[in-house]
Design a protein around this ligand. Structure first.
Ligand code: SAM
Length: 456
């Protein structure tokens, strides 16, 4: 029987969803997950945690590396918890991600209907939204901006991140050198600057900058002048910064954003362009992090919609998918709960000259239940929920509204749960198409098309 602290030799069998390697130990083939391990690695590991079902282990020695193992290209790979899959080259990582999808879905859809993953057009500098926590060194008060080490709140100061456009590295350095107020300290809950958020357009490189502050909107009066001066200075240095905002988040919490955001300087939005569609994006509204790959994702959705259809774009954000597929639409109904995203969605339908649309604000589930009561029908329902997937009650209402569901998911595990429910209720998944929106991370985006085959 395996125990905590045991040291064992293993061979990694496959990669699993969280980006870890899976091996089996002993005659009972007890499952152990090993971080930073890939198929065919021969390793000496130490068991670091254990429950009835499986163990976790950390590598003590690589006895014989997999032939696919490569050296991580980022110097901060071990210090930064962000891109956790760099020990495979991009081609092989895509193949592993495909195998992961096969593993998760092969008992509910034929393997040949799990299509090869569409690669990201860019595997570096693809991140167009960056959120850097801000902290300060104890004695010298040097500003640190970067990412937390994995499973910790120890900040790694990141002077160069290969995943973001170069200008964001330069802006981060400017903030380190020029921001004059204190940064946040989690221990004392003191200090002003908690996070720096940038959004950059892949179309014209325009940028929105948001500083998340540890103060309420009422207390902002104490910091208004220095913040205003700082914004003027950074906008003078980087003329692609078009708008500067502050968000108020005085709570002791892991949530990055508080509820209130105000614009301090410049314009309210930047313009992103995906193929021939334009989008106004605000400082806090959701938009796909990798816009060039999002085009591939949205084309999978678009290619599966017949012309002249009525479309429900649920969890619609600023209207990204609904607008992208609008040429095939008779009418688009968008449902979204974020007020800022709704304002932007309204504008976005207008600037793309789409007339036959309706935007409904509030919780998606409540709207699905209302549609069911009203006996409303849609030719297609597009679902693009957050990582947690759809709520069961909402999903049960959706199946009464349509014959066709296109489910866009950033979490294959909650997607599987929701797929099982839909299959149970008479829908058949026609394909699973992975699209890589997040190169060198374990994240996998997928699109699944469902058609109703029986009434249950
Ligand atoms: C994964 S994003 C997708 C946004 C959009 N489809 C896109 O591609 O840009 C999920 C969206 O769902 C919204 N959302 C989350 N929970 C919701 C709920 N219960 N009801 C309505 N909208 C919700 C979020 O505000 C966010 O805009």
């Amino acid at each position: 029987m395996i125990k905590l602290g045991d040291i064992v030799d293993v061979v990694i069998e496959k990669t699993v969803y969280q980006g870890e390697g899976l091996a089996r130990i002993g005659e009972e083939k007890f499952v152990v997950f090993v971080k930073d391990a890939i198929s065919e690695d021969k390793l000496k590991i130490k068991i670091t945690s254990l429950n009835k079902k499986h163990a976790k282990g950390e590598i003590i020695e690589i006895i014989e590396p997999s032939k696919n193992r490569v050296k991580p290209f980022c110097a901060l790979y071990n210090a930064c918890g962000s891109c956790d899959c760099q020990i495979l080259n991009y081609e092989n990582l895509i193949k592993e991600k495909h195998k992961i999808l096969e593993d998760i879905f092969c008992d509910i859809i034929p393997k040949d209907k799990i299509y090869p993953i569409i690669k990201s057009p860019q595997d570096k500098q693809y991140r167009h939204k960056i959120q850097f926590p801000a902290r300060q060194t104890k004695n010298s008060k040097r500003i640190l901006l970067g990412y937390f080490k994995e499973n910790s709140h120890d900040l790694t100061n990141i002077k160069y991140c290969p995943m973001q456009p170069e200008i964001i590295n330069e802006m981060a350095q400017f903030i380190r050198d020029n921001f004059e107020l204190d940064c946040y300290c989690e221990k004392t809950h003191k200090g002003l600057l908690k996070n720096v958020i940038t959004r950059i357009s892949s179309h014209n490189n325009d940028i929105l900058l948001t500083l998340v502050l540890n103060c309420s909107q009422n207390d902002f009066i104490n910091y208004e002048n220095p913040i205003f001066r700082f914004f003027k200075k950074i906008m003078a240095k980087f003329n692609s910064i078009k708008g500067c905002f502050v968000n108020f988040n005085p709570q002791k919490s892991n949530k990055i954003l508080g509820n209130e955001t105000i614009k301090v300087l410049g314009q309210d939005f930047i313009i992103e362009k995906l193929e021939n569609k334009s989008y106004k994006i605000g400082a806090t509204s959701f938009f796909q992090v990798n816009p060039k790959s999002a085009v591939n994702l949205f084309n999978v959705v678009k290619d599966n919609i017949k012309p002249n259809s009525t479309i429900l774009d649920a969890y619609g954000g600023v209207g990204a998918i609904g607008i992208f597929v609008s040429s095939g639409a008779n009418k688009i109904t968008l449902v979204e709960e974020n007020e800022n995203a709704i304002l932007m969605a309204n504008e976005n339908f207008k600037i793309n000259n789409i007339e036959n649309y309706e935007i409904l604000s509030g919780d998606a589930k409540v709207h699905f239940l209302n549609f069911e009561k009203e006996n409303r029908k849609f030719d297609y329902v597009i679902l693009d929920p957050p990582r947690s997937g759809c709520e069961k009650e909402g999903l049960e209402a959706i199946i009464k509204l349509t014959q066709n569901i296109i489910y866009v998911s950033c979490n294959p595990q909650t997607l599987r749960r929701d797929m099982l429910l839909l299959i149970n209720k008479g829908f058949k998944p026609k394909f699973v198409q992975g699209v890589d929106l997040f190169p060198y991370t374990h994240h996998i985006e997928s699109v699944v098309l469902f058609e109703r085959v029986e009434n249950v």
